[in-house]
Design a protein around this ligand. Structure first.
Ligand code: CTP
Ligand code: MG
Length: 190
C-alpha cells in the first residue's frame, strides 16, 4: 500500500457514496406540499414532521439515481474498470437506486427518532442529523448487495474508504446546510 493507492481508496469512499449524498440536498430544493406523514401524530407528537415531504422524497431519490447514472457514463467514458466501482451494470443500477432511496428512508428514520425524543422539526440532534442518511443507505444496500458493501467499505484496506466517508460526511453536511440557508431554502444553517 503506497500513498497513491491509499488516496485512491479514500477517494472511492466518497465517490461511491455520492448517490446517497445528493438526495438530501436535492430534497431541500424539491421539498413542498404534503408531508409524508400527512400531518398525522403518534402519542402526541408528529410522526415525521413538516420537514419530510413527498416532493422531497421523490425529487431527492430521482436526483440521486440520475447522478448515479451520470457517474456510470462518466466512469465508462473515462475507461475506469468495474463501472467505476459499482460493479456489473445490473448491480450498479441496483446499488445506486438503493443508495438514493435508502438515504432518504434513513433521513426519515432520523426525523422519526427526533420527534419521539421531542426534538422539533429543524432543531439539531447531533450524530442522527449527520449520519441518518448514510445509515439508511448502507442498510438498504447491505441487504441487497452485501458483498459489494463489504468489498467497498469494510474488507481490509477499504476500511480507509469508510473512515474517509465518516470524517467527510459531517463537514459536507454542514457546508451544504450553510449553502441551503444562504439560498433561503433552509430556515437554519444546520
Ligand atoms: N425535505 C423534504 N422532504 C424530505 C427531506 C427533506 O421536503 N424527505 C426538505 C424540507 O424542506 C426540509 C429540508 O429539506 O426542511 C431540510 O431537510 P432536513 O434538515 O432533513 O429536515 P428538517 O427540516 O431539519 O427536519 P427534521 O428535524 O425532521 O430533520
Ligand atoms: Mg435538519
Amino acid at each position: 500500500m503506497d500513498a497513491g493507492e491509499a488516496a485512491l481508496i479514500a477517494a472511492s469512499g466518497l465517490w461511491l457514496a455520492l448517490p446517497a449524498m445528493l438526495p438530501n440536498s436535492a430534497a431541500v430544493l424539491f421539498g413542498r406540499g404534503a408531508p409524508v406523514d400527512l400531518g398525522r401524530s403518534w402519542r402526541g407528537r408528529r410522526l415525521l414532521g413538516d420537514g419530510k415531504t413527498w416532493w422531497g422524497f421523490f425529487g431527492g431519490a430521482a436526483s440521486g439515481i440520475a447522478l448515479g447514472v451520470l457517474m456510470l457514463l462518466l466512469a465508462n467514458a473515462a475507461g475506469w474498470s468495474d463501472n467505476g466501482g459499482f460493479g456489473p451494470t445490473g448491480q450498479a443500477l441496483g446499488v445506486i437506486t438503493l443508495l438514493a432511496v435508502g438515504s432518504l428512508l434513513g433521513d426519515m428514520l432520523g426525523s422519526f427518532i427526533k420527534r419521539r425524543l421531542d426534538v422539533p422539526r429543524g432543531a439539531k440532534l447531533p450524530v442522527i442529523d449527520q449520519y441518518d442518511f448514510l445509515i439508511g443507505a448502507f442498510i438498504l444496500v447491505g441487504i441487497a448487495y452485501p458483498s459489494w458493501l463489504y468489498q467497498s467499505y469494510l474488507e481490509g484496506w477499504s476500511l480507509l474508504a469508510l473512515l474517509t466517508l465518516l470524517v467527510a460526511t459531517p463537514l459536507l453536511h454542514r457546508a451544504m446546510n450553510i449553502i441551503g440557508y444562504r439560498m433561503g431554502k433552509k430556515e437554519v444553517p444546520w
